[in-house]
Design a binder for this molecule. Structure first.
Ligand code: G6P
Length: 362
């Protein structure tokens, strides 16, 4: 049938979509470049960003995790304070809003009811809105003042992969272009760095055998699994744990490295897999300290580090990319490990139980 043609030679949409990520990043660079090769975003969107005194990112699931990373990008590259909120909780725990808020909705489908309900609510107050989505003409796109597109192509697998990296890439461009307009001096050329990311992604997509082996060694029979990281690695760990839960049904949780000792470490038993990310120089020693703490309690550590920060027993070493942008590459091993864990456990990778690609009820 038609879906078989689209999947080509791939056994699953998820694997195809993981492999598409380098191409998607290159497409995004191209789509957001002007004739001179400068990254650019339409002036009305940049004005909306730069008129805001605070940005409120609203999203669900994987898009929420992209928002957490986007906050770092916007605060570091554009110097605008950002809050990130889970859409379904926003109206109960409505923060005190700043004077000139800009609401940014991140949604692959553009149809998530929880996010839409916040959009409707903030529009009633006359606040400015921007939707970042993969689907032109989607509800959240039509109803917001502005839209930025992801250009990731249709994402069929329920577990989101290429949309997540596309969201982070577009958020980085938004942050850099807004920052430039505000006179923030960026010490690197973002389109060049994103090009390096695309190349790094390719290396990772070519490392499937290693990922399959990690999945087999650490996740074939385990009941649970913990992801730890510090700084931006913590956010990628949250996304890694969500991927693993969604498709392999392993109980997985992501934690900030320093928070483990405040409770969760009680769950560590002989052989409990701990996947630790170590991509950030300024926290490398502390995250490795956290790994030692859990190893002393019997955990089975799987450390994924960035080249230059690696140590002898690390399970996998990532190619070097700009330190701010590491989530775009560090998530790929986690996507692939989840994929192979699900295969080893005979799970339906593309259509996990109980989940829908887009949730249009609140
Ligand atoms: C559903 C999907 C998730 C997705 C979330 C938000 O729960 O199963 O994969 O991250 O919705 O979807 P959106 O389309 O708004 O990004």
């Amino acid at each position: 049938d038609a879906s078989d043609i689209e999947k080509g030679t791939y056994p699953h949409y998820m694997l195809k979509e993981i492999d598409e990520q380098p191409v998607v990043i290159r497409k995004i660079i191209q789509q957001y470049q002007d004739d001179q090769g400068e990254l650019t975003i339409s002036a009305d969107i940049i004005d909306a960003v730069n008129e805001a005194d605070r940005i409120y990112i609203i999203a669900a699931g994987t898009s929420y995790h992209a928002g957490l990373v986007g906050k770092q990008f916007i605060e570091k590259m554009a110097h605008i304070p950002v809050e990130v909120h889970v859409a379904s909780e926003f109206s109960y725990n409505m923060p005190l809003l700043s004077e000139k808020p800009l609401f940014v909705f991140i949604s692959q489908s553009g149809e998530t009811a929880d996010s839409r309900s916040v959009l409707v609510q903030v529009k009633e107050h006359g606040y400015k809105t921007l939707t970042i989505t993969n689907v032109p003409g989607s509800t959240l796109s039509r109803e917001a003042d502005h839209t930025l597109l992801l250009f990731a192509g249709p994402e069929i697998a329920v577990a989101s992969t290429k949309a997540y990296t596309a969201q982070m890439a577009v958020l980085s461009i938004l942050a850099a272009v807004a920052g430039k307009a505000r006179g923030v001096n960026l010490e690197f050329d973002l389109s060049q760095e994103l090009g390096i990311i695309a190349n790094g992604m390719e290396v990772l997509c070519d490392s499937k055998e290693e990922m399959e082996e990690i999945a087999r060694n650490f996740l074939a029979t385990t009941r649970n699994c913990f992801f730890i990281g510090r700084a931006v690695d913590y956010y990628v760990g949250l996304e890694g744990s969500l991927k693993l839960k969604e498709i392999s049904y392993i109980q997985a949780e992501g934690f900030a490295g320093g928070e483990l000792k405040h409770g969760t470490i009680a769950l560590i038993e002989e052989g409990t897999p701990i996947i630790a990310l170590a991509t950030q120089e300024h926290v490398n020693l502390s995250i490795r300290g956290n790994v030692k703490e859990v190893v002393a309690r019997g955990a089975n550590p799987c450390i994924i580090s960035m080249k230059g920060l690696e140590e002898e027993d690390d399970a996998f070493v990532l190619p070097v990319v700009n330190e701010l942008l590491t989530p775009l590459v560090s998530v790929i091993p986690l996507q692939l490990i989840s994929y192979y864990a699900a295969l080893h456990r005979d799970c339906d990778v593309d259509k996990p139980r109980n989940l829908a690609k887009s949730v249009t009820v609140e």
